[in-house]
Design a binder for this molecule. Structure first.
Ligand SMILES: Nc1ncnc2c1ncn2[C@@H]1O[C@H](COP(=O)(O)OP(=O)(O)OP(=O)(O)O)[C@@H](O)[C@H]1O
Length: 568
């Protein structure tokens, strides 16, 4: 996909094409009417007589002006409607593309930058398509039409105009090229600005707890100042261009008028022709400045188009197989190797869990435990080896179905902004979840009493990412959601870390209920969570160094023994 295709994408349906053609057609109509106007003035000056004025003449002129205003108003509305449609669809297309990208795409992009692409870049492209392109088309028609008519009126005067025009463009074009670089710079600064504000406000408690307001403010001021300089640089160029264009145009006009006046004095030109000529010269001036404006805007939009194009032409969408999910016997990792980019994390990971059994993956921080879970969710793919469910490689499984059958409670489980009910039903849209089931899920998750205490019950707002809830309440709400989801496989990634004893016991209680008869993979570096009889997979540096029951591994594996004693 190239820049041209991005523009085509913006006008990709019939309705928008019709609107664009209508806009350009009406604009051309106005341009032609404007071109006829000086001839009409010339004719009126030559034939004017008060006696010829009639009610009908004045009446039809007024009627013409009223009709023209109505058409102008309608055209204005169509332009604005078309612009809003362009931006709406471009934003939808961009969002629709991004949401299906692989997880590693999001590792490399800052969320603020992505927001900036969707919000700002699309706005700039909309402006180009709705304002600047129609202006360019009508401007070119206006200049060419006026040129033809001036040649007919007086070719010698026209040659004077033609001699001046190249100077004007020769000065303006190089300046406009600079605007493209400014556009790039501005877009970059805006996305850094959005990213930084998002991050700061999202982590406001951490900022305040670290008394980092001053530090954040100084970082933010730097961003704002950089954006200010980028904007100022653009303003300087535009400030230079507009008066320069006007100066050159007026100078040109003076030359035309001077030469015209001389021709009148020697009797080779009439006053009415010179007046018509001057009007044409003005009519050529406005589009000349708007064409120079277009070049600037086009270069600016080019920056936005390039950034958006980087996203739209990215085909790193998540891969999905089409085999239906089924889990009757066992889940297995078979000699799995994996690395983020070139950084090897897991080596020869192999284990099997029978349906209904559980496995506890233990290992020091950074050893690769969460990565194992990430691979099972198909967030990333093994570089070699395979993960199978009932001997079917999960790559062949429908990703959507696989994820529907996996439930995860992790230390960083997040909630969405909205109500308790919104969170309970998240991911279950379109399913008919009975009220009794919701109540039951709340009960199992030890949340019933909490919800009943709230004035708005299930419709209580829990703040951004559930910030109005305690850590334990957040986890229990997540667990309640999983009761409703009822997946076959439950992944527990240190769900009780950072909780106090009371919350922890409540969460553990509800997890016990949730994991009944399920296949469970539990990840922990907290030895308090390992129970006698647990089936252990002990990993260090991405390699399995111990396997078997907790007792057996403690007995035979020195490293595990050391790990346990250091954790005590
Ligand atoms: N998205 C990522 N991109 C690059 N490296 C990553 C990414 N996620 C994790 N890592 C790296 O992979 C290694 C293993 O991380 P992982 O989260 O699997 O460890 P862990 O055993 O779960 O640690 P912890 O117990 O602290 O949660 C770490 O060195 C980490 O820095």
């Amino acid at each position: 996909m190239n820049a041209y295709n991005v523009l085509l994408l913006a006008i990709n349906d019939k309705k928008k094409k019709i609107l664009l053609i209508t806009i350009i057609f009406v604009s051309i109509l106005f341009t032609v009417a404007a071109l006829v106007f000086p001839l009409f003035v010339k004719d009126t000056i030559e034939k004017f007589s008060v006696n010829d004025l009639s009610f009908w003449m004045v009446g039809s002129l007024v009627l013409f002006l009223i009709i023209k205003s109505i058409i102008e108003a309608i055209n204005q509305y169509i332009i604005s409607k078309f612009g809003n449609m362009v931006i709406r669809d471009l934003q939808k297309d961009t969002y629709n593309k991004i949401i299906y990208f692989k997880v590693d795409f999001f590792d490399d992009y800052h969320s603020g930058e992505l927001s900036s692409r969707i919000v700002n870049d699309t706005e700039i492209i909309k402006d180009l398509i709705t304002h600047h392109i129609p202006k360019l088309v009508t401007g070119v028609i206006m200049i060419l039409g006026a040129l033809v008519l001036t040649i007919i009126l007086d070719w010698k005067l026209t040659i004077v105009i033609l001699m001046i025009a190249p100077f004007i463009f020769g000065i303006i074009f190089p300046l406009m090229r600079k605007v493209e670089n400014t556009g790039d710079r501005q877009q970059k600064e805006i996305s850094v600005f959005i990213s930084k504000t998002q991050e700061t406000f999202k982590n406001i408690k951490m900022v305040k707890a670290s008394t980092a307001e001053k530090h954040e403010r100084s970082l933010m001021y730097k961003c704002i100042n950089r954006l200010y300089s980028a904007n100022l640089y653009e303003s300087k160029i535009f400030a230079l261009v507009a008066p320069l264009v006007n100066f050159l145009l007026i100078l040109g006009l003076l030359i035309v008028v001077g030469y015209g006046a001389y021709r009148i004095s020697v009797g080779t030109l009439s006053i009415s022709t010179l007046i018509a000529f001057v009007i044409y010269a003005f009519q050529m001036m406005t589009p000349m400045s708007s064409i120079s404006g277009f070049i600037g805007e086009y270069h600016k939009a080019n920056g936005a188009i390039k950034s958006l194009n980087n996203i739209l032409s990215n085909n790193e969408v998540e891969y999905t197989g089409n085999t239906k999910f089924g889990f009757q016997k066992e889940l297995a990792f078979n000699e799995v190797n994996f690395g983020y980019k070139n950084n090897q994390i897991l080596s020869d990971i192999g284990f099997t869990i029978k349906r209904g059994e559980s496995l506890t993956i233990v290992g020091p921080s950074g050893s690769g435990k969460t990565t194992i879970i990430n691979l099972l969710e198909k967030f990333y793919h093994p570089s070699s080896g395979s993960i199978t469910i009932d001997n079917i490689n999960i790559n062949q499984l429908d990703t959507y179905e696989l994820r529907k059958n996996i439930g995860i409670v992790s230390q960083g489980s997040t909630l969405i902004s909205g109500t308790i009910l919104d969170n309970l039903l998240y991911g279950l849209e379109g399913e008919n979840v009975e009220n009794s089931k919701i109540r039951q899920a709340l009960k199992y998750a030890n949340l019933e009493e909490f919800v009943n205490r709230q004035e708005n019950n299930l419709n209580t707002h829990i703040g951004e990412s559930g910030d109005k809830l305690s850590g334990g309440e957040k986890q229990r709400l997540n667990i309640a959601r999983l009761f409703l989801k009822n997946p076959d496989i439950i992944l527990l990634d240190e769900p009780t870390s950072n909780l106090d004893i009371e919350s922890r016991n409540l969460v553990l209680d509800s997890i016990k209920e949730l994991t009944k008869d399920k296949t469970v993979i539990k990840v922990t570096h907290n030895l308090e969570e390992v129970k006698p009889g647990d089936n252990i997979l002990f990993i260090e540096d991405g390699k399995i160094v111990g396997k078997g029951s907790h007792e057996r591994v403690s007995e035979v594996n020195q490293r595990y023994k050391q790990f346990i004693s250091s954790a005590m």
